[in-house]
Design a protein around this ligand. Structure first.
Ligand SMILES: *Cc1c(COP(=O)(O)O)cnc(C)c1O
Length: 442
């Protein structure tokens, strides 16, 4: 992009590659780096990297010439290098490490479709990516061409969505949906668009970051036929933001696709507030809204990337209030075992009484907010949307009086202590006596 604030780089090794090849995404894909011999020509390997590359059962390695060019070959701690070049640290096990820490496969009604939230699903459409992130949460399937999804599985996914009217949002992921053959990608998106209850389609892709040349006019012309369509990219460090990424994002934005970023908090890459501030500032410059900052999952191979949760809280403390609200992402922990994303942040609510709250701001200024004493909630408010399935109304269900408690499975049995049924155990005792919400229908 002419006059970009961001730079454009090409490793000396690629100096003689003609521009038509360099700017062709198929050339980038077919010239990815994955062997020690190739690495040594572009970024000489360290001993720990070499050791990892010669190990068996290593999570797949592949780096596009474009992306490897962003690495400073003289810096063994380069933040981009750490994301894509393996080291022997990947072979070190850690407590609580799992293969599928988010229990995605357990929450899949059909292969590749993860239906965890009431109104939206995650649809895995391929196991292939343009390059492979060493911290990949789906390394159990990603990279393995034999594990990828077949036509009959896409059909099962589409069939499930047709018969599941509560799904209004489908998130395409993988692997990376933008490495699919353009025809197959369009077929999937157009099939989804034909389902009337699917309101929005989202794509999660790191292709604009690994291979910005993939974002051609042809691609954006295709995508914009299927609006409303949203797209999240994954940038973890400001060094990934180049003139080429800026141009790719500009094309997507001009096609009317709102862009977000999902970053992962990674030790040695972006685990400090100064890098994070630069990251979010550079993202908003290219019109990408920081969406989530993820705590690194408990996935095998990624132990060395993990930070304490306190580091994430400290980063959020350094963003909120200090910079534009648009530049502040939400820090989340994706719950091990499959509970979904849980936001965590510093506490701003310091105390409260019956009609007053005490708050603190980012500067440590402590203030009070006086609440109304004559407030009556809108009693006539009726849900505008269908009720969620039983068991999915959550804590809001408690507030709305749908349930009095949420209890772990087996709770009653364990507290019954194998006791006998007796006169004090009359079930009616646990039905509220009052009137209004909270009173159970008898
Ligand atoms: C992240 C995720 C979503 C989307 O979550 P949002 O908070 O709506 O972005 C949906 N389904 C699954 C299984 C996910 O992991």
């Amino acid at each position: 992009m002419a006059n970009s604030f961001f730079s454009s780089k090409r490793a000396p090794y690629y100096a003689d590659v003609p521009d038509e090849k360099w700017n062709n995404w198929r050339w980038q894909l077919s010239h990815r780096i994955n062997t020690p011999e190739e690495f040594d020509k572009v970024i000489p390997l360290t001993d720990r990297e070499r050791k990892a590359l010669s190990a068996s059962h290593l999570f797949r390695v592949d780096i596009t010439p474009y992306f490897i060019s962003l690495i400073d070959p003289d810096d063994p701690n380069d933040p981009i290098r750490k994301q894509v070049v393996p080291t022997d640290a990947e072979m070190v096990p850690f407590t609580a490490m799992m293969e599928d820490s988010l229990a995605e496969d357990r929450h899949s009604p059909v292969p590749g479709l993860v239906h965890r939230y009431p109104d939206r699903v995650l649809m895995l459409v391929t196991t292939q990516c343009a390059s492979y992130c060493r911290y990949c949460t789906r390394s159990r399937i990603v990279g393995d061409p034999s594990a990828t999804f077949r036509r009959n599985e896409f059909e099962m996914q589409i069939e499930y969505l047709k018969r599941t009217p509560q799904v209004r949002d489908v998130l395409l992921s993988g692997g990376d949906p933008l490495v699919l053959a353009p025809k197959i990608l369009e077929e999937i998106i157009s099939n989804l668009r034909e389902i009337p209850h699917i309101e929005i389609i989202r794509i999660g892709s790191r292709v604009p970051v690994f291979m910005p040349m993939r974002v051609t006019d042809e691609l954006t012309d295709m995508l914009q036929k299927y609006h409303p369509l949203w797209l999240n990219i994954n940038v973890n460090h400001p060094n990934e933001i180049s003139a080429e990424l800026e141009e790719a994002c500009d094309r997507l934005s001009r096609a009317g696709i709102p862009l977000g970023n999902q970053a992962v908090l990674l030790a040695g890459v972006n685990d400090n507030v100064h890098v994070q501030r630069k990251l979010v500032h550079d993202l908003v410059r290219i019109r990408v809204r920081p969406y989530y900052l993820y705590q690194c999952d408990l996935v095998a191979g990624a132990g060395h990337f993990r930070t304490p949760v306190a580091k994430g809280i400290e980063i959020m403390e350094g963003l909120r209030g200090h910079t534009s609200g648009y530049a502040v992402h939400t820090y989340v922990i994706d719950a091990p075992g499959g509970g979904g994303k849980i936001p965590v942040m510093p506490n701003y609510l310091i105390s409260m009484s019956d009609h007053k709250v005490v708050l603190r701001n980012f500067e440590g200024f402590i203030t009070t907010y006086e609440e109304p004493i004559d407030y009556t909630p809108d009693q006539a408010a009726k849900p505008l949307l269908k009720r969620p399935e039983p068991g999915q109304s959550g804590v809001l269900g408690l507030l709305e009086g749908e349930d009095l408690f949420i209890k772990p499975e087996g709770f009653e049995e364990i507290h019954d202590r194998f006791g006998i049924q007796h006169r004090l155990k009359d079930e009616r005792k646990w039905v509220p006596l009052g009137i209004g919400p909270g009173k159970k229908e008898q």
